[in-house]
Write a protein of this length. Structure first.
Length: 229
């Protein structure tokens, strides 16, 4: 699958993500008009990610956020109660989007090899589309409260389990070699993270997201498929 085709197929927009978030949490949000809330959340999420990825979420002040979004302090507090609340909101909504899209992408695909290939490509292209959030989520997990940090780790393991289940399915059907499925899933996750955490490395080598997608799929299949290479 090409990256352009993925974007056309998924139709992922910040507005849709923020609308879903508002509809799921509207009882805790003081703004009642959906369009106003969505517009404000887009500004807030964009600004928080931009500021945080430049100097860190912990050093970002509410005044920084107000200046960047153009929203008053009162308007900000109508959307969330504290910086910790905002951090939890961004993390939670991002995790929900990733798990849903990864699960949906493989729906109806029966062949484990095709399923794994599509899931790897989807995760990679999704991280390219939402790179600021992926980078933020990884870097700021350490700043979460203990319980929220635990949920973030569980979410990462849930993403890993998507790959684990496919690999185990391929092994049980005899399509994949009898490898350590857990370690393989963890390695796939680490290779996917390398793309959005170290973009400078690949940009310097003029490696596109499609180049990396082809490499990663071939690399994993050469390990999993008996007789390949």
């Amino acid at each position: 699958m090409r990256f352009d085709a993925f974007k056309d197929l998924m139709h992922i927009s910040k507005e849709d993500i923020c609308r879903d978030f508002f509809l799921e949490n509207r009882k805790n949000i003081r703004i009642k008009k959906e369009d106003v809330a969505v517009r404000n959340f887009v500004k807030i999420f964009d600004a928080a990610l931009d500021i945080s990825n430049k100097k860190g979420f912990s050093t970002m002040s509410m005044r920084d956020l107000s200046a960047e979004t153009g929203l008053s302090m009162g308007a900000l507090y109508n959307c969330f109660s504290s910086k910790d609340d905002l951090l939890d909101m961004i993390q939670k909504q991002g995790r929900t989007v990733v798990i849903k899209i990864l699960t949906d992408c493989a729906s109806g695909v029966n062949d484990p090899c095709q399923k794994l290939r599509k899931t790897i490509q989807t995760h990679l292209y999704l991280s390219e589309t939402l790179q600021p959030w992926f980078y933020f989520s990884y870097m700021e997990t350490k700043n979460l409260k203990r319980e929220d940090h635990k949920r973030a780790i569980e979410s990462e393991l849930a993403t890993e389990k998507v790959f684990l289940d496919i690999i185990e399915e391929g092994i049980s059907s005899g399509i994949f070699s009898p490898v350590d499925a857990g370690l393989t899933a963890a390695a796939i996750k680490a290779l996917l993270q390398d793309w959005y955490l170290k973009r400078w490395k690949y940009e310097g080598r003029k490696v596109t997201v499609e180049d990396y997608s082809h490499f990663l799929v071939d690399f994993i299949e050469s390990y999993l498929l008996p007789g390949k290479n």
